[in-house]
Design a protein around this ligand. Structure first.
Ligand SMILES: [Fe+2]
Length: 321
């Protein structure tokens, strides 16, 4: 319809068509015949949303350039120890949303497999393999030593899973991961543990500390512009893998943390909130943290997951992370 100001409007989308109405489709149509169906589909959708975003908000060249510079700065800051692009996605909730979409099976119900949570930007490949009962803490004085223990089981049968690997990492009491902190030994507060026949695990770690995500780059600029804080509730990260089972990337969160309901990257789920219990009888631990992980076989996982989630695609993901 023609509005009183002479601008043509499409009432079905309530979009103001003062811009070339054929432009977006022309860009989408430029995709060639050899593009895969998945690439064709998601790229067309991306172009449509990007163009609609620009039109609806009447983005100017200066604003677009400012956004572009944030992206470029994030790229320049990123290396094998820092992933600023991922951090920017995290503060917009995108990684948590994609995690939810990818791992639909995980829910907050008690009898479901362990819920997933975002990987975050601080995981490092090839953390040291350690023996059960070892510590992951080195060169740190603390009154928060914790004995974490539990079992990895098949969520459906309850049977222990032999050969499950727990890859664990968390921050030091100063709120820094080891790769952010030159005073910590390399690979401090990280380790990989493999279960035996009984599926059980135990190791010493620290009760973690809440910490700010790095805010000296684009993610920090965005947070300041949005009048938001950079804090994450205290948590421990895990990747649990086992032959034949769908890997789980997750985090567990300390219930008493003041940011538990206000995570800067929106990753907290109810079933992942835990209680550290004061512990007596072990001179090496101030707290005890029992926690069991429940995995789903690929067959069970695929019954509930979104289409396209297969062992191959998960393996590809595993290779990437
Ligand atoms: Fe973290």
């Amino acid at each position: 319809m023609m509005a009183s100001n002479g601008i043509v409007q499409d009432d079905s989308k309530n979009t103001t068509h003062k811009f070339d109405p054929n432009f977006t489709q022309a860009v989408i149509n430029a995709t060639g015949p050899k593009a895969s169906p998945r690439v064709r589909k998601i790229t067309a959708s991306l172009i449509q949303h990007l163009h609609d975003f620009a039109r609806e908000n009447e983005i100017t060249v200066d604003e677009w350039m400012a956004g572009l510079e944030l992206m470029n700065e994030a790229g320049r800051m990123s290396d094998n120890k820092r992933n600023e692009g991922q951090l920017v996605c995290d503060i917009f909730g995108l990684e948590s949303l994609v995690d939810e979409i990818t791992y639909k099976l995980a829910s907050d119900a008690q009898d479901e497999p362990t819920a997933t949570a975002i990987l975050g930007p601080f995981w490092r490949k090839d953390a040291p393999k350690r023996n059960m009962g070892d510590t992951i803490v080195f060169n740190i004085e603390s009154n928060d030593w914790t004995l974490m223990h539990g079992q990895v089981t098949d969520y459906k049968t309850g049977k222990p899973i032999e050969g499950a690997e727990l890859d664990v990492w968390h921050t030091a009491p100063n709120g820094l991961y080891e790769q952010q902190d030159p005073d910590q030994p390399d690979m401090n507060l990280r380790g990989r543990f493999t279960t035996g026949k009984d599926g059980k695990y135990n190791f010493y770690c620290l009760r973690p500390t809440s910490y700010p995500i790095p805010y000296d780059g684009p993610a920090g600029k965005i947070l300041r512009a949005l009048d938001r804080h950079p804090m994450r509730p205290a948590h421990i990260h895990f990747i649990i893998t086992a032959p034949g089972y769908k890997p789980i990337v997750t985090q567990i969160f300390d219930r008493r943390d003041k940011y538990i309901e206000n995570d800067a990257v929106f990753a907290v789920k109810d079933s992942l909130i835990v209680d550290f219990k004061p512990y007596q009888g072990d001179p090496k631990a101030d707290f005890e943290l029992p926690y069991d992980f429940k995995l789903a076989t690929y067959e069970d996982a695929n019954k509930h997951s979104v289409a396209g989630t297969t062992e191959e695609s998960a393996t590809g993901l595993g290779a990437k992370i």
